[in-house]
Design a protein around this ligand. Sequence first.
Ligand code: FPP
Length: 256
Amino acid sequence: MLAQSKQTVSRSPRDEDKRPQHIAVIMDGNGRWARQRGLPRVAGHRRGVEAVKKMVGDCGERNIPYLTLFAFSSENWNRPSTEVKLLIELLYSTLENELLKMHEHAIRLRVIGDLGRFPKRLQKKIADAEALTKDNTALNVTIAINYGGRWDMTQACQSIAKEVERGTVQADAVDAELIENHLATSDLPEPDLFIRTGGEKRISNFLLWQLAYTELFFTDVYWPDFDGDCLDQALDYFAGRERRFGQTSEQVTGVA
Ligand code: FPP
């Protein structure tokens, strides 16, 4: 799982300070990667899994503690059924093949999304994987499947509404923190850096609430080709950003 990769960019201590704690990724371009090579789309997804394994290792090497990957959106059910089946099978086999290696490397795995629509055996595999790795702290890998930002906010609202109905929460007590506590990502920090491969410049219903102040990095590279050098480009971009969270530049830098 933790493939060794050459780190070609050396980082200064200052860069270390400006390293994201949480990277969220839309892994786009698998189909086009395959088409460019005259291969079926599924070949792109298979290579996409290899890129996932590499990315996990690359984040581990760079001390990035949280990585969240969008592997299957709520809208992906609309793809041809053979492709949907293949994606589900890839998720299952990747969990089956990689779980023990992840556990050995103290990686904690979480899966977020509306899992009820997936085959029971995948749901069980996910539950077992989460239980096995729950005390691991080296790297937190979260896979979003049948996930959508609107779904997440909707399920959070429903859950809060039920608490209000039961009288355990007062309507006036509903604030941003309470909403965050009901999102599927409640035990993750907000993403600092969002990466989308494959050339599109969209959020595509990913972590809509959570990306409010995230730095956005888009690259034309197709996901199967995304490697440690591409990650370092994204990290360099992030290190150059001034994160103001609504304040002025002078407030953030302390320079009048
Ligand atoms: C987008 O490329 C990619 C997906 C919809 C699936 C991503 C899934 C994987 C990389 C494999 C499974 C992941 C894990 C974590 C085991 P696309 O098919 O939309 O590409 P295109 O835009 O070029 O057609």
